[in-house]
Design a protein around this ligand. Structure first.
Ligand code: AMP
Ligand code: ZN
Length: 134
């Protein structure tokens, strides 16, 4: 994908700080980390998001994310958030699929979502709809 910044990183046209590479998957440090070591795990081939990424490749990305998370824990992180933003409304800003591996130390600016309550029968209804859509 010619205009994709992550494709350019894989091709070496834009610099990055690489931490992992194999035939299908690439890992490099996020330029604006939640904490030092925040890594992005991406497929070498361009897929826009989780929905487009083939299952087998997504599995490889998840395994690499876990390995990197294990390494970061060994280096002293107290926990790891692993996340993937899919779609602009979900916070995706680079439209080349990527898994965030984010080291946590207890004191940082990262904040998790705030949950809300279900109304009446909404919970059962939405669960039924999801099950039917699977
Ligand atoms: P997202 O909002 O989930 O699409 O995340 C995109 C991430 O890519 C952000 O955390 C950015 O800081 C990161 N990012 C954007 N450009 C670069 C770059 N050239 N090198 C490393 N990370 C980048
Ligand atoms: Zn791309």
């Amino acid at each position: 994908m010619p205009d994709c910044i992550f494709c350019k990183i894989i091709k070496g046209e834009i610099p990055c700080t690489k931490v992992y590479e194999d035939a299908a998957v690439f890992g490099f440090l996020d330029i604006k980390p939640v904490n030092p070591g925040h890594t992005l795990v991406i497929p070498k081939k361009h897929y826009e998001n989780i929905h487009e990424t083939p299952d087998e490749l997504l599995g490889k990305m998840a395994i690499v994310a876990k390995r990197i998370a294990d390494a970061i824990l060994k280096l002293g992180a107290k926990g790891i958030n692993i996340g993937m933003n899919n779609g602009a409304v979900a916070g995706q800003s680079v439209f080349h699929a990527h898994i965030h591996v984010m080291p946590r130390y207890g004191k940082d600016s990262f904040s998790l979502w705030v949950g809300k309550e279900y109304d009446g029968s909404e919970r059962e209804e939405v669960a039924g709809k999801i099950k039917n859509a699977l």
